[in-house]
Design a protein around this ligand. Structure first.
Ligand SMILES: Cc1cc2nc3c(=O)[nH]c(=O)nc-3n(C[C@H](O)[C@H](O)[C@H](O)COP(=O)(O)OP(=O)(O)OC[C@H]3O[C@@H](n4cnc5c(N)ncnc54)[C@H](O)[C@@H]3O)c2cc1C
Length: 393
């Protein structure tokens, strides 16, 4: 059945993921009278995620609108490598899909945000969208936030992970701080580390993560290794509360770079993610705050300007991915990260994660790395575009 209607929307946000949620919050904060439509193909917004970020990734202006999302905060975190551990004194924060949904529903109840779920957008133009069932809407600005698309002919590595959130029955988790990289585990399938978030003393998220050349991942095997990880810490009884998994492309080719061209794209689809870390939050929050801070007539200009500001960091992150995935043999990759944490100071680490690193930081990152296992011929060959088989099916 075809339906259509007149519209008085200022913004249409297509997709109901991380970027869309941040945008809707920022628009509500900076332009409370703007009429916003958010349209998502699934019945539920925001999927099943635990989204983390460094506290210093949040632009100061964004703290105002992010305050409505309930986050868990730590003042520091740890990293662990064979024979080397370090506490990093940078704040770390996390929030769940449910916390973001709660904040967004509160905005929707209070007025100018309309949410439609269960409708797939089939066509979009700079000022209109049409869904599978013929429902069409117009607005001053359409922002395409539909997440990762199938990328062919793209040069990518993969960050793939499987995690379990567990409730411990009879013992506390031994550490109050997160360990965002525990690379003391077997280095199979590329750089591998466990990611541990103690959400409460008894509730812990443990993720088995790989920076790998292939997207395939045996979740059952990761689940068994996570159980062993718990067991090795003298934990015997727990209940699995939820699981989460993902496979994020880590590009080292030219596509998916941010730009202000139409159709305007936010989030992963627009390249607003840190290619070398896989974190979306730093750029997605900046994108949301920038777009919301200007009138709709200036949206494309402000996006183009933000893309330009991030150009060096975008290109350099991809260059690092090329080094990592093409130049360093998989079993030696952990040495890159070990060296990163061993030799860089906290301010450089902060700037790296927040995508604000300088050319000097970049030089500092490269001096002496990659450390071992170089295959320079392979590296130079890697610049020849070749299809990524994993993403072609
Ligand atoms: C399990 C997991 C954990 C992660 N942890 C972190 C983390 O800790 N920190 C961090 O910064 N990043 C993290 N990431 C990465 C981050 O979640 C993604 O990069 C981010 O979600 C991208 O945001 P997005 O809004 O562009 O896309 P998505 O969040 O993927 O949202 C896109 C949305 O668009 C919808 N959609 C697609 N097509 C259509 C259509 N045609 N019509 C309507 N709707 C459509 C999808 O259903 C989806 O809801 C994680 C990823 C995963 C998978």
């Amino acid at each position: 059945m075809n339906e259509s209607r007149e519209s008085h929307h200022d913004y249409i946000i297509v997709g109901g993921g991380l970027q869309a949620g941040l945008l809707a919050l920022a628009l509500n904060y900076h332009q409370p009278s703007a009429k916003v439509l958010l349209i998502e193909k699934c019945e539920q917004l925001f999927g099943n995620h635990t989204w983390s970020f460094h506290a210093t990734d949040v632009p100061a202006a964004a703290r105002g609108w992010l305050a409505s999302v309930s986050t868990k905060k730590w003042r520091a975190y740890a990293v662990k490598f064979p024979g080397f551990e370090k506490r990093i004194n940078l704040g770390y924060e996390t929030f769940s899909s449910a916390a973001l949904a709660e904040a967004i529903n509160a905005v929707a109840e209070s007025g100018n945000l309309e949410i439609i779920t269960g409708k797939t957008v089939r066509e979009l133009s700079p000022t209109s969208i049409e869904t599978d069932c013929g429902f069409s809407v117009e607005a001053k600005v359409v922002l395409d936030c539909r997440g990762a698309e199938k990328i062919s002919n793209q040069q990518v590595g993969f960050q793939k992970f499987y995690g379990m959130e567990v409730e411990l029955a009879d013992r506390d988790w031994p550490d109050s701080l997160p360990t965002i990289m525990d690379a003391t585990v077997a280095q199979t399938d590329g750089f591998r580390f466990f990611y541990v978030l103690p959400l409460t003393r008894r509730r812990v998220l443990v993720e088995d993560t790989f920076f790998s050349n292939t997207p395939s991942h045996d979740h059952q095997s990761s689940a068994a290794d996570i159980e062993k990880y718990l067991f090795d810490r003298n934990l015997r009884n727990w209940t699995v509360l939820r699981e989460e998994s993902g496979c994020l492309p880590m590009p080292f080719g030219a596509s998916l770079k941010p730009s202000g061209e139409f159709p305007l794209r936010g989030g992963f689809r627009g390249g607003w993610f840190h290619a070398a870390t896989g974190y979306s939050f730093p750029l997605a929050s900046r994108f949301a705050d920038s777009v919301a801070s200007v009138p709709s007539s200036e949206t494309s200009t402000v996006i183009a300007s933000l893309a330009k500001q991030n150009q060096f960091q975008t290109n350099f992150s991809r260059f690092l991915n090329r080094l990592l995935f093409q130049l360093v043999t998989p079993e030696k990759r952990f040495l890159i990260f070990q060296r990163f944490y061993r030799s860089l100071n906290e301010q450089t680490i902060r700037r790296f994660y927040s995508h604000e690193f300088t050319k000097f930081d970049a030089a500092r990152l490269l001096i002496g790395s990659p450390p071992q296992g170089l295959t320079p011929i392979k590296f130079f060959k890697s610049f020849k575009e070749k299809p990524c088989p994993a993403l072609q099916s």
